[in-house]
Ligand binder design. Sequence first.
Ligand code: WQD
Length: 347
Amino acid sequence: MAQLLITGGAGFIGSHTCVVLLEAGHSLVVLDNYSNGSPEALQRVASLVGPDGARRLCVVEGDIRNPSDLERAFHAAPAGAPVEAVVHFAGLKAVGDSVNDPLTYWDVNVGGSRSLLAAMQRQGCRTLVFSSSATVYGFPTQVPIAETAPVHPINPYGHSKAAVEQLLADLAASEAGWRIARLRYFNPVGAHPSGAIGEDPLGTPNNLFPFITQVAVGRRPVVSVFGGDWPTQDGTGVRDYIHVMDLAEGHGAALEHLLTQGDTLLTLNLGSGQGHSVLEVLRCFETACGRSIPHQIVAQRPGDTAITVADPSRAQQVLGWRTQRSLRQICEDGWAWQRANPQGYRP
Ligand code: WQD
């Protein structure tokens, strides 16, 4: 098993991936500044994995843009065990916010990743799983979307992810020894089946699923459906929703693959390959929670696409990984989390 550094491990996808990696026997140092995550999430990760797993979890509060914080994180493992690989989640991911504040998005997502990679080089650690996004595709030219589709982001968040992908390609080309997986997420949703950890966005949710769960639990009055006039079966937007536990397991599979390889630069879509409309998600969630979800159809959201669905066949071929969980399980697990934690991790 490996000693790993997980940046952003207190966040939504990071915390779920920590559970999977600890259960697989790895030892983790988590570096997080809690700008979009909670120390409580890591407490609950420790509870979920039991005493042996909790002993292999070490947490460092800090910022990937700060070289001294990175130095602390690389030397935080018990007995000074060297970090063998990094799983890099730390970053900002709200499309709308990125449009209003590109400087911060480029500073955190691109500057922070550069800072991390420089620290990895100094430490002699050259194995990285990177949290990228389907947002790099922008308006897809063909659906389902394969990894060979043009990278053509349309917002600063997508540009920042594409820039880091390019930096990783340049680094791999410049120096031997790099083993890199760039994982392009589609729409991560749901929660750990225990209901102990889940998605806890700060402020008003930008994304559909946490908005639905907050309406279901009574924190918000109504879901606004962005557009009922899209060229889709029911007129509402279609997306590829992937259960966060499937996504976490995809990271575990990508890491195991890298640890057995020589130099490699891998780019993989992590999605289900199946699309669901907004109204389908609403109906499925109503069945899962046993209550109706008030919703109103409003104008389309600028920058949205009608349909975004993955072609996940390459991840299946290379990793032997595919999604296992259905939309119904996504809704059941997402509801179990929100019902047990109406205010998320906040008391
Ligand atoms: C899903 C569907 C909306 C909110 C985002 C970001 C990025 C990426 C994936 C990580 C669309 C509709 C939404 C609402 C709605 N994640 N919608 N009412 O835009 O597909 O992608 O998540 O990289 O964060 O690109 O996700 O959840 O915002 O929208 O009707 O209140 O739900 O129009 O059809 P999106 P989303």
